[in-house]
Design a protein around this ligand. Structure first.
Ligand code: PEP
Length: 249
């Protein structure tokens, strides 16, 4: 059985006061809740780990530097993230790829650095609207998988999030058929490169405008094991129904 995971990406939102959402979320979750990780902004990581201690919720960062340490002013290393008590890090989010010009090979190095620090990497991939409309989605995804995933990936150190860029923060969501097609494709590509034992166990998340009212439909896709959620993860009252839908899927 593959594990299910609901990951919340707070992006550049929230202050220490927002951490009360962790306890609120815990109180709204069913006993059989899947794994939940919240990725707050980096300055909140320490306090988030403290606040999450009795909740069963894991904490993750939104990015790490590809180098272990050094003269990189303003950047954060994977070891620093692990030192806060966090256990996950998102790498290759489209907003990082776009605004910080991160390439597949940077993402691959970040994942490797994350593993070296003992973190689970949530590696993001996804096509632009232009590529979607030109029917290039599967080619783009194949290229990003080949370029962004290290060769020694295992089923326990990685989660893959498919996030069509045109669906992030827009309220637009692919059809269930499109979500099924891409996730099935990702799983089959992983099987070819890493073998079925690894491919069958890696959690695949869908991300892009997941909300309480569309989550259950998205989770019907056999190869969708959870979601990476931006806006709807900021408030426990919005994130909890998504997690409950995942538990029931
Ligand atoms: C994201 O930031 O990864 C994301 C999916 O955002 P949203 O849920 O707001 O579309």
């Amino acid at each position: 059985m593959r594990r299910k995971l609901a990951a919340g990406n707070w992006k550049m939102n929230g202050t220490a006061a927002s951490l009360r959402e962790l306890n609120a979320l815990k109180s709204l979750l069913p006993a059989d809740a899947p794994d939940v990780v919240i990725c707050p902004p980096a300055p909140l990581l320490f306090r988030a780990c403290e606040a999450a201690r009795e909740t069963g919720i894991s904490i993750g960062a939104q990015d790490c530097h590809m180098q272990e340490s050094g003269a990189f002013t303003g950047d954060i290393s994977a070891a620093m993230i692990a030192d806060t008590g966090a256990t996950y890090v998102i790498v290759g989010h489209s907003e990082r790829r776009e605004a910080h010009e991160e390439r597949d090979r940077d993402v691959r190095k970040k994942a490797q650095t994350a593993w070296n620090a003992g973190l689970t990497a949530i590696i993001c991939i996804g096509e632009t609207l232009e590529d979607h409309e030109a029917n290039n989605t599967l080619d783009i995804i194949a290229g990003q998988l080949a370029g962004s995933l290290p060769g020694d990936m295992t089923a326990t150190n990685t989660v893959i999030a498919y996030e069509p860029i045109w669906a992030i923060g827009t309220g637009k969501v692919p059809t269930l058929e499109q979500i099924v097609e891409v996730h099935d494709f990702i799983r089959s590509k992983l099987a070819v490169r890493y073998g079925t034992d690894v491919a069958d166990m890696i959690p695949l998340l869908y991300g892009g405008s997941v909300k309480p009212d569309n989550a259950a439909t998205i989770f019907r896709a056999e190869n969708v094991d959870g979601a990476l959620v931006g806006g709807a993860s900021l408030k426990a009252a919005d994130f909890a129904p998504i997690i409950r839908a995942l538990a029931q899927s």
